[in-house]
Design a binder for this molecule. Structure first.
Ligand code: ADP
Ligand code: MG
Length: 257
């Protein structure tokens, strides 16, 4: 058995006649912070969808924690330990952040107990306490009882991240977690992800455009270009890769943090 938490091999994905992913290999080791970079339209979000079971590949295989999950639907992969957020936040905007968290914690506790993730109308004290604790961790206590739809974009994205973490995933996948954020919120979000990583206990797969964020968080980087992985390696290897510089990073990458 391999030492990787997740291993995808030979992934092809087409929409109609457009081939979006071409023979993609990606491996994620336990504890790794793996960042996928590449121009807009390179196939990053599609790769996330394939790995999380939102769509299925035309060819290739995906192994997670030693098990072939290629044919597993998304909900089953969540149960297996793959958690994700989306490029645009998916939260219940009519509920408060606290209620959103209760839903996420309740769902996880039921799954752990082998029950279907139905939501109790009266959450137990333990569920409410856990929900409040995670909100505190993510600096959301102040807005816990507000209407979620009235939150700032940054707060909404942090809430979504908090809800993903409530599922205690072994692999956390974040699709452009800082997209559209003001610089202050972006910094807060990066610090939060960094803190989560230092706490440990999970691997991270992330897409990101901001090179300071990429090189600040990544222990490994894969570069997608027109649906193909053109390079995969340590931040240093990627930084000095001539082909990557040519197609994506440009000439100023040496100044990236
Ligand atoms: N559901 C879809 N149907 C058809 N084409 C799609 C679909 N989703 C994505 N694409 C196309 O696949 C390519 C890659 O998209 P995407 O994975 O969103 O790239 P990225 O996240 O790297 O910007 C784009 O050309 C996009 O238009
Ligand atoms: Mg995308």
């Amino acid at each position: 058995m391999s030492n990787f938490l997740l291993e995808a091999r030979g992934i092809d994905k087409s929409y109609g006649r457009i081939q979006v992913l071409k023979n993609v290999d990606i491996s994620i080791a336990p504890g790794e912070a793996h960042v996928v970079i590449g121009p807009n339209g390179a196939g990053k979000t599609t790769l996330f969808k394939v790995l999380s079971g939102e769509v299925f590949p035309n060819n290739g295989s995906i192994t997670f924690a030693g098990k072939d999950v290629t044919a597993d639907p998304g909900w089953q992969r969540v149960r297996s330990g793959i958690g994700r957020t989306f490029q645009s936040a998916r939260i219940f905007s009519e509920l408060t952040p606290f209620e959103n968290m209760v839903v996420a914690v309740e769902a996880h506790e039921r799954v752990v107990k082998g029950k279907r993730p139905l939501f109790a109308l009266r959450p137990t004290k333990a569920v409410r306490d856990t929900a409040a604790e995670i909100l505190e961790d993510f600096a959301l206590t102040k807005v816990a009882k507000a209407e979620t739809k009235s939150l700032s974009h940054g707060d909404k994205k942090r809430l979504e991240l908090a809800m993903a973490v409530a599922g205690r995933p072994q692999l956390l996948m974040l699709d452009e977690p800082t997209a559209g954020m003001a610089p202050g919120d972006r910094q807060k979000c990066v610090e939060l992800i960094d803190r989560l990583l230092k706490k440990g206990g999970f691997s991270l797969l992330l897409t990101e455009h901001d090179m300071a964020v990429v090189f600040g968080l990544a222990t490994r980087i894969s570069v997608l270009n027109y649906g193909q992985v053109i390079a995969s390696g340590t931040p240093e290897e990627i930084r000095s890769n001539a082909r990557v510089r040519e197609v994506y990073l440009g000439h100023d990458v040496s100044s990236a943090a």
